[in-house]
Design a protein. Structure first.
Length: 288
């Protein structure tokens, strides 16, 4: 067979490689559409996989709020002596009715290093913001500034991505009970009411400051560091006052908690619950 015959045969084979009933141009368009479809499918599957990677619990909050004490109680069933952390702590904890251990990451509350939470945010299944209910009336503005950063991170999540659950622990509720023993309101509920009221008031102040054209300087942060005001959007009509119940970032859960004294066993062996943290343990178990 001559070279020209080979060439003619190759061209004939190439020209016949197309979808039945379609010319070459239509075949090209169909191939492009198929490629786009495959790319979209791969992207969706990748996003689903990224959503499933959220598995850790992230503790954040002001210094001395009790984050490390809660972590040691959950991990070791005993409150160990603690001090203000200057580095991230991580440990595995077991939860009632949850088969696999859960990783908990405790981020220091110092203003210069607390932004490290951003390194773990995308892997967190839950963000636990711990507030000392016994002192929040004195340092409410600083606590609210820290919480504002967290809320801003929630509002920055792409709609195509999953969001972690957000819970605010009104911690050290037992200290409120000792100072207001005459009240008929349970200590945990008193702590929740106080923390919620003060934080809503301070966050609303931050909203009003921005609405008035005033920048909101980060409290205790680096010089010249300013906190973005976005993150406090509410869905209420007119959005007149900040309320956690109206916050557009999602549901916010409040729980009152406390723990035993240092060195004491804190676990109820029969129920596998830790005194003062039962509600929080149950919340985590339900989440997993």
């Amino acid at each position: 067979m001559s070279a020209s015959q080979y060439e003619t045969s190759d061209r004939t084979s190439a020209s016949t490689f197309q979808l039945p009933g379609l010319d070459s141009t239509q075949t090209l368009y169909a191939s492009c559409a198929l490629a786009v479809l495959l790319f979209t499918l791969i992207t969706v599957l990748a996003r689903r996989k990224s959503k499933s990677t959220r598995n850790s619990v992230l503790f954040v909050g002001a210094p001395d709020a009790g984050k490390t004490a809660i972590l040691s109680s959950l991990a070791f069933h005993q409150q160990l002596p603690t001090h203000a952390s200057l580095q991230t702590n991580s440990s595995l904890i077991t939860l009632p009715n949850v088969k696999k251990p859960v990783q908990v990451v405790d981020i220091p509350g110092h203003p210069r290093i607390r932004v490290q939470y951003r390194d773990y945010f995308n892997d967190a299944k839950a963000i636990v913001f711990v507030v000392d209910a016994s002192t929040v009336s004195r340092n409410g503005a600083a606590v609210a500034e820290h919480l504002h950063q967290i809320l801003h991170s929630f509002m920055s999540i792409s709609p195509s991505q999953s969001s972690p659950a957000l819970i605010i622990l009104a911690h050290k509720s037992d200290l409120l009970a000792s100072t207001t023993s005459s009240s008929s309101t349970p200590a945990d509920q008193m702590a929740i009411n106080r923390v919620r009221t003060i934080l809503e008031r301070e966050l609303e102040k931050r909203r009003q400051s921005q609405a008035g054209g005033m920048g909101i300087e980060s409290l205790g942060g680096d010089e010249g560091d300013h906190t973005e005001v976005s993150g406090l959007e509410c869905s209420a009509v007119g959005g007149s006052v900040f309320r956690f119940s109206d916050w557009e970032g999602g549901e916010v859960t409040f729980l009152g908690t406390s723990i035993s004294r240092t060195g004491e066993k804190v676990q109820d062996e029969k129920a596998n619950n830790i005194g003062g943290l039962e509600g929080f343990q149950q919340w985590l178990s339900d989440l997993y």
